[in-house]
Design a protein around this ligand. Structure first.
Ligand SMILES: [Zn+2]
Length: 243
């Protein structure tokens, strides 16, 4: 029986929903250099280019091609039915967890569907793509909203809350994110250190440096619903859980 669960989701769970990974083999993001579209300096140099880049992704997210999958739905059910504490952390900037019904959710890398006032840091739901007329309502004169996205060189959101939750959890599950790359690598260390059970779900075989105690290889949409069913049935996750 678990009392405090932390779940981290990464790009893998969104890929199963049709979200294109936007980093190609050459390290370019849709033909752009990362420093041009995902840094505060790139934004300062060319606001229009950065806005076009995020507007393209916003449009993809709101096209009919992207739908929640069974893993998103199972995690929303876990939130609704689990009697202990649950923190769902996502590295993804899409809103698929919200569409599936998750409410207690921390977007550590920001949200594609929000803009942010660069002065007050207040966020605003984005009902239309970015542009010169998409401004805050907190300042006079109003200021052009920037993407509510954590760029390279910026601090992820909610790190204090995340570390508090990891220090107190008895189960940590990472889904669709490499167990040896930051932040999952740091999170699993923390959870192991505090005696939690640690589980990773990935399409790829686990890296030999992975610190997770249990690995499930396959699609999140196949594996996560079974893990959630076990947790809600009061079972402990073991190597036989999803075999
Ligand atoms: Zn403002």
């Amino acid at each position: 029986m678990y009392r405090n669960i932390v779940v981290l989701t990464g790009a893998g769970i969104s890929a199963e929903s049709g979200i294109k990974t936007f980093r190609d083999q050459n390290g370019l993001w849709e033909q752009h250099h990362i420093e041009d579209v995902a840094t505060p300096e790139g934004y300062a140099r060319d606001i229009d280019l950065v806005e076009r880049f995020y507007n393209n992704r916003w449009t993809q997210l709101h096209s009919g091609d992207v739908q929640v999958n069974a893993a998103h739905v199972a995690l929303a059910e876990l939130e609704q039915q689990f009697s202990g504490n649950l923190l769902l952390i996502t590295q993804n900037v899409d809103d698929l967890h919200e569409r599936a019904g998750s409410k207690r959710l921390l977007h550590m890398h920001g949200e594609l569907s929000k803009g942010r006032c660069p002065k007050s840091l207040q966020t605003f739901a984005l009902r239309e793509p970015f542009g010169p007329d998409n401004c805050c309502t907190c300042c006079i004169p109003a200021i052009r909203l920037r993407p509510h996205i954590v760029w390279f060189g910026e601090m992820p959101y909610g790190m204090d809350r995340i570390h508090d939750a990891l220090d107190n959890c008895d189960l940590f599950i990472a889904i669709g994110t490499s167990g040896t790359v930051y932040p999952a690598a740091g999170f699993v260390d923390s959870a192991n250190h505090h005696g939690a059970q640690t589980v990773e779900v990935n399409l790829q075989q686990p890296d030999r440096h992975s610190q997770f105690q249990y690995h499930f290889t396959g699609k999140a949409g196949d594996i996560v619903p079974k893990l959630v069913a076990d947790i809600l049935a009061g079972k402990t996750i073991g190597s036989e859980s999803v075999a």
